[in-house]
Design a protein around this ligand. Structure first.
Ligand code: FES
Length: 119
């Protein structure tokens, strides 16, 4: 099982292939935002990679990061567009606490949405 390290939170074993956003919530107990429900629209699921950033990126992630002016920010990725296929270390930078939102957003589906097209 891949090891997911969350800076300042701990180290967790996560099921291989699980969506990073759901692993952060389920295995790590993080109040990670995912306002659009994991469909690459909002960018509130963003995390900062400290290690293990996947080289693969979905076209949907690329497009929304560019649209929000976030493309090219070092380590910044969308946790709803990433599967836990290897060991990763991330910093949580978009949490419910302090956001002023009433909830984290609809639970993202188990599989990456929209159906991934890799850039
Ligand atoms: S972009 Fe909205 S949850 Fe990932």
């Amino acid at each position: 099982m891949p090891k997911l390290t969350v800076d300042g939170v701990g180290e967790f074993e996560v099921p291989a292939g699980k969506r990073l956003v759901n692993a952060l919530v389920d295995e790590c107990g993080v109040d990670q935002l995912h306002a659009c429900g994991g469909v690459a629209r909002c960018t509130t699921c963003r995390v900062e990679f400290l290690a293990g950033e996947p080289a693969a990126i979905t076209k949907a992630e690329q497009a929304v990061l560019a649209a929000k002016g976030l493309a090219g920010t070092p380590g910044l990725r969308l946790s709803c567009q990433i599967a836990c296929d290897g060991d990763m270390t991330v910093k949580v930078i978009s949490r419910l606490a302090g956001s002023g939102r009433v909830d984290s957003g609809k639970r993202p589906a188990d599989a990456i949405e929209p159906s991934p097209e890799w850039a």
